[in-house]
Structure formats: C-alpha cells, structure tokens
Design a protein around this ligand. Sequence first.
Ligand SMILES: [Zn+2]
Length: 530
Amino acid sequence: MRERLYLFDTTLRDGAQTNGVDFTLADKLAISRMLDGLGLDYIEGGYPGANPTDTQFFSEPQKLKAAFTAFGMTRRPGRSASNDPGLAALLEAKAEAICFVAKSWDYHVRVALETTPEENLASIRDSVRAALAKGREVLLDCEHFFDGYKANPDYALACARTAYEAGARWVVLCDTNGGTLPHEVESIVAEVVKHIPGDRVGIHAHNDTEQAVANSFAAVRAGARQIQGTLNGLGERCGNANLTSIIPTLKLKPEFADRFEIGVSDEQLKTLVHVSREFDERLNRSSDRHAPYVGESAFATKAGIHASAIVKDPATYEHVAPEAVGNRRKVLVSVQAGRSNVLAELERIGIEVSKNDPRVTRLLEEVKEREAVGYAYEAAEASFELLARRTLGTVPKFFDVSYFDVKVEQRASNGHGGEILTTAVVKVKIGNDMLINAAEGNGPVNALDVALRKDLGKYQKYIDGLKLTDYRVRILNSGTEAVTRVLIESEDESGEHWTTVGVSANIIDASFQALMDSIIYKLVRSGAPG
Ligand SMILES: [Zn+2]
C-alpha cells in the first residue's frame, strides 16, 4: 500500500503575486479548470475580500473535483472572531476549504503584528474553530516557519500545534523568504512530525536559492504529506515550488513513485506539457525551452555520438521517457550533427529514406552550408522539415509571391513628434490567379505578415487558425558584414507550435523567409493540395 501524498496549488493566490501577472476573473476560471484537469487535490483561488476579482471568484461555488480553497488572515488581535469583517468575508466565501495564514516567528508577532505571542496563538485557535464551525476544511499556513523555528523553536512549534489541536486538517510550514536549504528543511520537519503527525503537515517553499523543489522533497522525506506549489513555478521574486517539475518526479522516480500515490493519473501526466504551455500562452510569455520535463529542449540531443545511441536505445541518454509527460524526443540537426541525427529527425517527421540514400548526404551538406551563413535549424525544426522535404522532392508548389512592398512613414501631428504608419502590399500568384493584398501593421514585419495572410485564395481556409506567437531577432557577425537571423514561432488552432528561420542582410527579407516557411509548413501539415 502506497501512502497518499496531496498536492495543493497556489498559482491563483501566491502565483498572482508575480511581477507583471494580473489575473482577470476569466483567467482564474480558465486556469482553475486547467489545474483541475491535471488532478490536483486543492486549488487555492485567491483572497476573497481583498480585491473585487477574488471576491467575485468566490461568490459562486466552483464545480471542481479539487477542493476549492479560499485564503485569508486569522482574526485580528484584540477582536473576537465574530467581530472581524475580514474573517467574516472569508467564512462567507463559497469554498470547501479555508487556508489561514498566521505568523509563527515571535519576532514578527511583536514587531509586525504588534501583539503578544499568546494573543497570536488565541487568534489561530479561534479562527480555525470558526471555519470548522462553518463546515470548512481548514489549513493553516505558518508564515516564516523555518526562520521562526531557528530563532525560537518552541514558539514556532506552539503555533503549529495550536492549529493542529484546534482541528486544522493541515498545518503548512512555509519558507516565506525562500532562503532555507534542503538539509535544514529536512531536519526541522523531522522535529515537527514528532509533535504533529506527518499526514497533517504540508510544505510551502519559495525558490530564492533555486531549491524550492528540493526543499519540498526534503520535507516529504522527513514526513510531510502535502506539497504546495504553482504551475511553472510562478510566484513573486524567484517563484514558488514548481509543481510542473514536482509532479513528474513524484510519478516517475521510484524513490517517490514506489512509496506514494498522488491524485494525478498516468493519463493526466501525459497532458503536462500541454497544460504548462497553455498556461504560458495565457500569461502571454514564451515558454522556458530548458524547463525540466516540459521544455522544448528537455529531451533534445545535439552531439552526433549521443544521437546514434539514442536511436538504438532511448534510455541511454534520457532519465525518463519524454512521452510520459507529453513531451517528445528531439534530435537536433546542426553543423556538429552527424548523419545519424539527420536520419533520426527524418524518421520522426515521417520521411522514409534508406540509410545510404545519397540525398541524405546532400541534405546534410545543405544544412551545413546554410548554418555557416547563419541559419539555425536546431531551433527551427519546421524550416528543417521543409528543407528536408524539398531536398527529397516532396513539397508542392502552393503559391508564389511575385512582389512585396513595405512602407514606413512618419506623419507629423500638430508639431508633436509624429505618428508612425506602416503599410505593406503583397502580390500573390496562385495558379493563374493574381491576388493583391494590402494591410496596415504596428511595424513592417507585422504589416507584411497581415498582408500575406489576408487572402491566400483557396489556401486561406488552411491558415485561418494560424497565428504568430513569438518573433526573435539576432544580429550575427559573419566576416565583415552583419546578417540578421529571424526566428518566428507560430501556432495553429490545434495548439501545435512550430518555429521557422530566415537569414538575410536585410531584416525584412529575413522575416519574410521565416513567415513564408511558417505558412508553407502549415499547408504541408494540413495536407493542402499543390
Ligand atoms: Zn508563499
């Protein structure tokens, strides 16, 4: 029998503290459904009473499998539980669980709360009881627990015990400043579980020494049975413990998988990459390519010698199977690459070719020549796929761009600087039809993109769901002349992402190449007729 370990998500509460993150009600609703789909046990929605969004979010019960949790403070010192409007709002929230936060460092109790240690304990006791009386499951976050424990272990422990004895389901030990190290977490939690059963103890770690995940596991090793964290490690300063890394480790590493069971099924685990990227999309930021388990590069191999071993047996260079988390193996094609990388990538794309086909040699030569002038195929697999298909003679001719023109104008308005106006005109030839598209944009590349995709005749229906999600420019110095490399990331209606590359001395031309590759890749992928 494996022991149950519980996962508590605080993306919508602690994660919302992140600089630049501001969840709307629609965001909170969508994200809570994403988290619920992943199989988490608790979803903390926010701080009802603290702002209109959270108050509204808690004004109706959420239909979630997870326990929907409201966060708030224990009753104010010097007031009774029934005479505290903040506590009253929290108790009225339509939530199954309430997570209180209370100070557990006596120094903070005196200086920040300006009350006595005894009154703080009474506030914890009264608040836990008041929420229990309302039929809620109760958690208590012990703020600054580890720093408090180092300064005054008896008092920190007294706060935790008070909550436990009052009936709290969970006493959560918080490393609020995020500076505690794994060996300290392990030894302090080991002391705490001598007084409070481990299956009532949780860990809430911040990532200020890049060890929030390690600290969470250290607490579990010492006996804690709830982990709090956020999706993609979102959180103020350096973030919270990253559930996107914690979940697969718990599921796939025997040290944890053999001992513990979590609410996330194998099927749900396979959606992890999708959930992680969809979340970044909602935050309007690029995903971290090097994120453990879920990053684009998490299972990417570059060197030829590793690639040939990976083709023979993936386990040789992979710590877990990428498919387990919904990711995939990627063998990068680059100057350093050997034939085996190219063959492995062709196999993945689904191009059948014999090992000794001379066209493979030609493709490899082509890749090397192009990378020498600035192309980067390891970052732009879609452009590589097109190059491979062209070399192997299988890309239909969809359309020709016979002309394009981009104009950037500054128009002075009332003598106060001016308005910048960008327009693009593109002539596209499809069979015997000539289409002329014009568009305005917020810059030359945007205008060109909009004009190009405005009307592609019979191909328009294939690219309707296409959108650009990222645009990166790099100036490379090759010899005496600088060239520009543009990488464009695109997405379609099914959520598939791909990256294309263009290189030129001229940024518009480089962008145009990458845009064209993106559209043609989409047409090839959709099986559009030539
Ligand atoms: Zn926190």
